[in-house]
Design a protein around this ligand. Structure first.
Ligand code: NCD
Ligand code: ZN
Length: 348
């Protein structure tokens, strides 16, 4: 017998839609299941100004076509960002948040912030105006081991920023460690975290044991199993400070499968079925809807979506396309490595 689960239509609070041919190819993958997504601004060149965000939004809307999908735009914070431009873009409804990349932390982050003192005034102005800050939480200090960069970021950067600008609403994105989960849990207000689909599924062994798996390589890199378990526990806990941000980050196969492969897992195509499987295994299917559709909207002070998404459980494992073909080359769809029995019910 088919079991069904009807959810408020979900939102993705961290998504890379890219641009050009890649945008055309992958945008429908998110628009199919998600009502809205926070769109990352790490294009080349980055989306820094309100004018650039408006133009990017138009290109996204063209790629989406008739689908019922709203891109929630962000601006890329640089040391030269103009607070007045940020506040105006937020006030007009053009942008939903600002993104902080430490310079050099990840794909296309060279224009990010090197000295946090230099953005202090901008962060103060954002706090005053109620503009949320999305944070890529990794230090870039070459002396810090890549597996420790998130935990060190909390002590060296995130906690000091939050103490210096207490009114700032902060989203610690794609958390990967028990340390980040504990830090978020320790705060009374003003801080939440997104969790990706892939970090609920893989640990660092999946990347490295039995041959290197480039399609499991992303940033922040997956950590030890105890950290994955902490993320699963947080996701299924019902704690409203944790919600979905897939960080679906497509790169063409030739950019992933090479001597210096790009970071990013592409999960837009099968995120909802994988999450249903993960939550079912934890006996927490009733917590899936708040994780994907309530907590994020509430934290961002957005209205929850009106529509629904229906998931169906099949007796036999469901298959997904291995790749999405785009004009920028094929993109490999994330393989969770276990059988998935859920699918999104067709809408007609
Ligand atoms: C992202 C990308 O490819 O843009 N990559 C990733 O591994 N997540 C950048 C990012 O969010 O760190
Ligand atoms: Zn990302």
């Amino acid at each position: 017998m088919t079991r069904t689960l009807t959810l408020t239509r979900p939102d993705d609070f961290h998504l890379h839609l890219r641009d050009g041919a890649m945008l055309q190819g992958i945008a429908p993958e998110s628009a199919r299941d998600f009502a809205r997504a926070i769109i990352m601004p790490n294009l080349v060149p980055p989306v820094v100004t309100g004018t650039q965000a408006a133009a990017y939004r138009t290109r996204i809307m063209e790629a989406i076509g008739e689908a019922d999908f709203t891109p929630l735009m962000t601006l890329y914070l640089t040391e030269a960002s103009d607070p007045a431009d940020i506040i105006a873009a937020h006030k007009s409804g053009l942008i939903t948040a600002v993104k902080l990349y430490p310079a050099g932390a990840t794909t296309n982050s060279d224009a990010g912030v090197g000295s946090f003192e230099k953005v202090r005034a901008t962060l103060d102005a954002m706090a005053e105006a109620g503009v949320p800050l999305c944070v890529h939480g990794e230090v870039t200090d070459p002396a810090v081991d890549i597996f420790d960069r998130e935990a060190v970021f909390i002590d060296r950067v995130l906690d000091p920023i939050r103490r210096a600008t207490p009114g700032l609403k902060v989203i610690m994105e794609h958390v990967t460690t028990a340390d980040a989960v504990a830090y978020v849990q320790s705060t009374a207000s003003g801080l939440a975290a997104t969790i990706t689909t892939h970090h609920l599924v893989i640990n660092r062994n999946h990347i490295l044991v039995g041959g290197i798996k480039p399609h499991y390589y992303c940033l922040p890199v997956a950590k030890r199993e105890n950290h994955r378990l902490a993320l699963v526990e947080a996701a299924v806990s019902g704690d409203p400070r944790f919600f979905l941000g897939t960080d679906s980050a497509p790169h063409s196969d030739d950019a992933k499968e090479c001597a210096c492969g790009c970071a990013g897992c592409f999960t837009a195509t099968n995120t909802m079925p994988i999450l249903a499987e993960v939550f079912e295994r934890e006996n927490a299917l009733e917590r899936l809807e708040p994780f994907v559709a309530h907590h994020g909207a509430d934290f961002y002070a957005l209205k929850r979506n009106a529509g629904t998404l229906v998931l169906e459980r099949q007796d036999q494992p469901v298959t997904f396309p291995a790749k999405v073909d785009t004009g920028a080359g094929p993109v490999t769809v994330f393989d969770p490595g276990f059988a998935v029995h859920w699918r999104v019910a067709p809408t007609n």
